[in-house]
Each structure stands twice: as C-alpha cells, then as structure tokens.
Design a protein. Sequence first.
Length: 508
Amino acid sequence: MVKINDKESESLSEYLILTGWIKIKPEEVSLKANLGNIELQYPYMTARMQCIVGEEMAIAAGRNGILTMIPRSLSDEDKRKIINANNKVRLKKGDIEFQENPEFATPESSLGEVVKQVERTGHSVVPILDRKSKLYGVYIHDPEHPLLVPLTSKITEVMHKLSLKPENENEIIYLTTQASEEEIRKALELQKRKFVPIVDSQGVLQKIAFLQKFNTNYIGMAISTRQGWEEEIEKYASLVDTLCIDSSNACFEDAIKILRYAKQKFPDKPFGIGNIIQARDFEIFAEAGADYIIGGMGVGSICKTGSERGNGRGQFTVARELAEARDKYFKEKGKYVYFVLDGGIKNVKDMIVALTFADFIMLGNYFNKFHEAVAQKFDANKQLTSNEALMKYVESWGEGHPRARLVAMYGLNFRKILAGNNQTQEKVSERYGHITLAGATTEGVVGLVPYRGRLKPCVERDARYIRTTISNSGAIDLKSFKEIAILEKASEQTQKDMLPHDLEVTEE
C-alpha cells in the first residue's frame, strides 16, 4: 500500500522572520562563510548551469567572494578556459591590486550622476579627473552612511581632497609613480581606506592601488555520474578548490562509489553530493564521507522534475529537514557536514529565510540575471543586443533540456559552430536524439529572465537587506542567525499585505 507522508511541502516564501533585540548595527553583521578550507565573503554558490557560468562570471563572482561552480556538461575546452581565466585574477589577502583604467567622474559631474554610475558599476571609489586626466580628488560612496546633501551638488563639494601627508580623514593620501612597492604597501596599511591613487609628475592619474582584504576566486566543478567520472576527477580535482556530483536525485549506489573514490584520491578536497530531499539520505552520504550535501528538487525556476514527473518537495520543508539532519549528525558523530540549499529562491527574502537553515545557498535564477552570465542578452523587443544600456532580458535554460546537450557537444559557442555547418539547433537535436535526451525525460525549459545589471552592485545591495534582517533578529552573523532566528508562517493574506498596496507605486 502506498505510504502518505504526514508532512506538507512548504515554500520559503510562506515564512517571515520575527524581530529580536538588536546587538550590533547592520553594517557590522558578517556574512562570511566557510566550506572546509574555503573561506568566502558570502554564503553563495553559483548554480551548476551552462547559461550562467563562463569566464566573466567566474572572474566577477570570485572577486566578490562567491564560489563559482562549473557545470559538469561543459566541454573540456570551455572548462579549461574558465579555470585559466579565474586563476589569472586570483588574489590573496594582503596582495596589492592595481587598477589602471578605473571608472571616473569629472569635476562638472553632480553627486547624483556619480551615484548612478556607482550603482551601475559597483565601483565605490571614483577618481575625479579633468579633461587631461589630472586627479582632482576622490569620491567614496558609502551606502550605509549616505551624504545628507542634495544630489544636484557638484561632486567637487563632497569629494575627498588629496594630500601627501593627510591630517584628517577627509584627506586621501596619494603617491607618485616613483614610489616603491614597499612605500605603496606602507601607505595602504597606514590609512583606514585601503586604496592609494598614483599619479605622474603632472598629477595625471596612472592607476589606483588597492589592498586586498580576502582570498578571492575559489572555484568548484560538478562532475558526471555516468561513464568517465574517474577520468574527470583525475583531470580536474587538482585544478579546482572543490568537486561535487550533479544529479537531480543523488540517491543511487554509484554516487557513494564516486564520493569514496574522490575522497580517497583527494582527501583534503571538499567533495559535495547533490541533490537530495530527505534526512535519511543526508545521514547516508555524511557517513560515506561527504563534506557538503546539496538539497532541493523540483522547485528550480527552469526545472520540470516536479511539474512533469511529480518528483520533488517544497524547499522550506527540504531546508528544515536537512538542517535538522545536519545538526543531529554533528551532535552524534562530531563531524559537521555543510548543507547547501539549491533552488526555489525567488528573491532576497527567500535568501534570508533559506539562511536560517542552510550554510550556503546555490543560486541559479539570481546569477542568471546579471551582465556577467554567459547567456545571450536581449532588448525590450526580445531582440539580441550587446548594448548594455538596452539589455532587458537574459536567456536561461536548464541542464535537463536538450539545449544543454548541444552545449556539451559543441561548446558555449555552439550557435556560431552550427551556423557555420548550416544546421539549425532543432535539426541537430533531432538528428542526435537529444530531443529525448537519449531516452530520458526532458527536465528543463528554455526561457528569459529579467536583466538586473552588473553582479557587484546588485550583490552588495541585496547583502545590505540580508545584514539588516539578521541584525533585527538579534543575531550578529550567520551562525548566530541559525541559532536564534524565529520563523513564523504567513497566511496568504499576510503575504499580500507585506507588499506595497493601496497606492500606485511611482518610484521604487
């Protein structure tokens, strides 16, 4: 007789976080997270999706303290390109980074114009240059403490002035091109703000030196669970910081075999298993040696495992059950196995609710919307465009769609290759049997997501909301947030009431 579970699948969006006694200011809340020996500034992983992860995404996400996960289904050539590009820009804490062509403003610019520029690019240190690139001063954007002056104010009225020997915090030290690296480092370490403009003898800006605050560009890779996984592990384990398997349902014996093989060959390399949705399976994989376990099925924005196959579970229910399994395993066995929640995260509020349970959240739709996503961009008329100002949509597709097989066969540049062969995407799919995924079900769709802009400013903006919620809950970091957060289920009407209502919104 079929068994009927007494639990109800619930969504992250159905819950709210109650407030507590505030202990620290929002800007002081830490979002740092560790995955074994990997230290990150945000508890985020990019989803293992072809439409997201390319060279540009790896560089941007990595430089901002986010773990990039390379999809298993990319070609070896694409994987190598991503790894090589990522390695070229890796920085260690304490490294000096030189920015030679920074975004700048002119003395005639208004504060409002410069703030818009910062919101678009994410670069909060803006040199003020005249027509001949002579450095006038530096504007430093601090969204936590906005200036209480009109946005029409000239930028020269609010910028920081330059000095070889600063006497107060409003002055910025600068150096000339004759300065040695030792002098640059000393200047960086002496002042509160970890950057130093460097000019030539005429005062023309040459570059800006920054002191790196954390290790950057950690990268991981998903590996196949089918034939050839041993070769993949041997080939890539030494080139990335972590490996994981990528399956909509990891509950099969070969997953245990792959996990044990990887841990035997590379014991110090964090290895993850995913995806699962039940506590019993968390314990099985934890006992087999997994370092982190990825949960979620059927709730991804491009996923059809739930809607078509009927497999899956509400993501709040997955989060609660697997977090309980993690804590129980740690209490009984003394080993902490990290829990990653993957899918069903629609907005920042969902991210916050997810972090009451998960150590990390794996984000697909979120990163797909950024300029750095590898997928094509479209304008308001859904026409292909490379003009950033016109971008309104980004293409998206699931790893379970036939499109993913084309990318695996021909690479991320598959359209150009097929066009050169005078073959359409559909004809190639039919010819090679990819419509049916070699006999399997089609588990993903192709679509468009709204374009948000560049990764850095969006991530930083969203992080301010997350820090504020954590602060208001009475927590000081992610660890304490999991320990003291109080969740309450919201009725359908309450969820509607939480949205702006009874007015016409004229400005966000």
